[in-house]
Structure formats: structure tokens, C-alpha cells
Write a protein that binds this ligand. Structure first.
Ligand SMILES: [Zn+2]
Length: 159
């Protein structure tokens, strides 16, 4: 696909708006590499450091990514997950690529912590209660910690 596909897209695309910075993600765009952009989840979340890898191109889904994007995706996702574990103390990181609502490739990288309640684990991460939401300060601080770790600026968090 080309940029022209974006122009002909029937509806505005949230992911295109995020990668072009037309709509700022909390903490900004964290990394741009191999045709992919790393940014924080754009909605309210109860889970510190919920990040999203989005294709720069308006690709419908994983199966529409090109060879270079596909080659970047695995190593980059693993690096980000490792940073979420080391910089934030996540015990596990989920990867979700659902793509029903937003039809532009994006991979959710969702940390799970030792104290994450059962109802927010797994698919439950997408169904928080309003009172679960982190403050913007907490959310941005977590994103900055992961970014600093990825940039090699901060040591691993002690267990
Ligand atoms: Zn798009």
C-alpha cells in the first residue's frame, strides 16, 4: 500500500493520525524503526507502560506488512517487552493484535504486574473500570522509564 491508500481511506484512521503526530499519543512517539512506530496506548489504561507498535503505513493487518516491516517486528517487539519487564518490573507482557475496531496494523504490548488483579489479566486488560485508570502523570512516567531503558539510559530496576 502507499500513502495514496490513506487519502482514499473511507474514514479517518486513528493509527495514521498517531504515526503522523496529528493526534499526540501520551508521552509522544517513542521510537521509529523499520517502518514501525512505538507509542503509548492512546486511551485510559490501568496498566503502567501499555505500549503499541503501529506500522507507519496504513497496512490493514499483520498479513499486509512488507518483508522489511516483518523482519523488524519480532526483534523490536521482544526488545520493548524486555524493557517493560526490566524498567517497570512487569512479570509478563501480553501481545495482542486484534484489529477489529482499528483497521491499521498495531500490536498491543501490555505489561502484567504481580499485583495486577485477575479481572485485568489477559483480555480483561481491555475492560477496565473507570476508576482503574492511571493518572496521566503515572502513565507518562512509565512510558518515559521504558523509553529511557530502550535508549540505554537507565539501569535495570532491581527486583
Ligand atoms: Zn491508518
Amino acid at each position: 500500500m502507499s500513502r495514496g491508500d490513506r487519502v482514499n481511506a473511507p474514514e479517518p484512521c486513528l493509527a495514521c493520525d498517531i504515526v503522523s503526530s496529528a493526534r499526540p499519543a501520551p508521552g509522544g512517539l517513542l521510537l521509529r524503526e523499520g517502518g514501525l512506530v512505538l507509542h503509548a496506548f492512546a486511551g485510559a489504561t490501568p496498566l503502567r507502560g501499555w505500549l503499541v507498535l503501529t506500522s507507519e503505513r496504513h497496512a490493514r493487518a499483520w498479513y499486509d506488512l512488507g518483508p522489511s516491516e516483518l523482519a523488524s517486528l519480532g526483534p523490536l517487539a521482544a526488545r520493548v517487552m524486555n524493557a517493560q519487564r526490566q524498567a517497570l518490573g512487569a512479570e509478563h507482557v501480553y501481545a495482542f493484535a486484534i484489529g477489529d475496531a482499528l483497521r491499521h496494523f498495531h500490536l498491543h504490548l501490555v505489561p502484567r504486574y504481580p499485583d495486577t488483579p485477575e479481572r485485568l489479566r489477559g483480555r480483561g486488560a481491555f475492560d477496565p473500570r473507570p476508576e482503574d485508570a492511571l493518572s496521566e502523570e503515572e502513565a507518562v512516567a512509565a512510558v518515559r522509564a521504558v523509553t529511557a531503558y530502550l535508549a540505554g539510559l537507565s539501569p535495570a530496576r532491581s527486583p
